[in-house]
Design a binder for this molecule. Structure first.
Ligand SMILES: Cc1cc2nc3c(=O)[nH]c(=O)nc-3n(C[C@H](O)[C@H](O)[C@H](O)COP(=O)(O)O)c2cc1C
Length: 329
């Protein structure tokens, strides 16, 4: 059976990719994930704030010109501060596994940290995933301005590297499809749909914000499923599904709507990194049952363009469902 797929111009042995999370900080985990069938791995994000803080700290040390600070600098800063460690992580990951290693850059402006993308490439990253985690809480900022920021950052990063760049997006744009298409035209090599935004809760006893990150459940595939179905075949860049993969069934569904790669994190955090093998074997078993020899036979077969009943994805169906009532369970 041929499970191979193309993602960001890279050939992957199958569509299963480990999405960005602290799991990939551990080189032992990366080796295990590769052995269990992962076809590529995304390292956890390095944040613009981390990169800028090191730069600021270096500027301060230079400005102070203190010999104590300088003697202190190489041993302490260079070895322990985030951004350098991250470049080491890329090098170690490349040395440890044969599958592609994708570095993740997380920021919200185009200044101060774009050079770091070049360093990621030099350290051996085979692609960069750009996660612009930007919450436009400034009520004077228009949607068009927010979108321009994404395009601007993408262009800056694309200008700094020659490896492929994927955009990891949230679904919170007034026209998600148009945003993806605009980034596609601006040179994005692929899209990770979707990012999960951190959303605080309130602890009513303590009257404090609850800052936790909930793992996903399989019902959450529906939003990415809808958008991947609409975008597959309509953009040049490749598409990775992210959110809600708990079993091989979600992987197969994402392939049917047209994903080139399918990412997972919550399932691995819940069940351990060995669970990648369960997903891999489950995918093979499902395709065998369908007598599929090559995943290209199913990929996109249920995209919006391929499904005869386009209305099933659209408003007509929404009205039918609302009139027909809710199914429990
Ligand atoms: C503990 C944890 C840490 C994460 N760290 C990152 C990160 O550093 N960068 C990033 O882009 N996404 C990060 N994510 C998001 C995941 O990569 C993924 O997009 C999200 O969890 C949805 O996929 P899932 O349903 O398979 O978990 C993190 C998620 C979790 C649960």
């Amino acid at each position: 059976m041929d499970l191979s797929t193309r993602y960001l111009g890279l050939t992957l042995k199958n569509p299963l990719v480990v999405s960005a999370s602290p799991l990939s900080l551990d080189i032992g985990n990366l080796r295990k994930l590769e052995d269990c069938g992962a076809a590529a791995v995304v390292l956890p994000s390095i944040f613009q704030e981390d990169i800028e803080n090191e730069i600021d700290e270096m500027e301060r040390l230079v400005a102070e010109g203190s010999s104590e600070a300088f003697s202190y600098f190489p041993a302490h800063m260079a070895e322990n501060v985030g951004p350098k460690n991250y470049l080491d992580l890329i090098r170690k990951a490349r040395a440890a596994v044969d599958i592609p290693v994708i570095a993740s850059l997380n920021g919200t402006t185009r200044t101060g940290w774009i050079d770091y993308a070049t360093q990621m490439e030099q350290a051996g990253a085979q692609a960069i995933e750009l996660n612009i985690y930007y919450l436009p809480t400034d009520l004077n900022q228009s949607g068009a301005e927010v979108e321009a920021r994404y395009v601007d950052i993408l262009k800056a990063v694309k200008g700094a590297v020659s490896i492929p760049v994927a955009m990891k997006l949230s679904p919170y744009f007034s026209s998600v499809g148009h945003m993806v298409k605009t980034l596609d035209q601006a040179g994005a090599d692929g899209f990770v749909l979707f990012n999960r935004f951190y959303q605080p809760d309130i602890d009513l006893e303590e009257l404090a914000l609850v800052r936790d990150l909930k793992l996903s459940h399989k019902g959450e595939i529906r939003l990415p499923l809808l958008w991947i179905a609409a975008l597959a075949g309509n953009v040049k860049g490749s598409i990775a599904a992210s959110t809600g993969v708990q079993t091989a069934a979600e992987v197969v569904k994402y392939l049917f709507v047209g994903a080139d790669a399918v990412m997972t994190t919550s399932a691995l955090l819940r069940h351990g990194v060995d669970y990648m093998k369960t997903l891999h074997d489950g995918l093979v078993a499902d395709l065998k049952l369908r007598e599929v020899e090559n995943i290209s036979e199913i990929r996109g077969r249920m995209s919006r363009g391929a499904v005869g009943d386009v209305a099933a994805f659209d408003r007509v169906n929404y009205i039918r469902i609302l009139r027909g009532g809710v199914h429990h369970g």
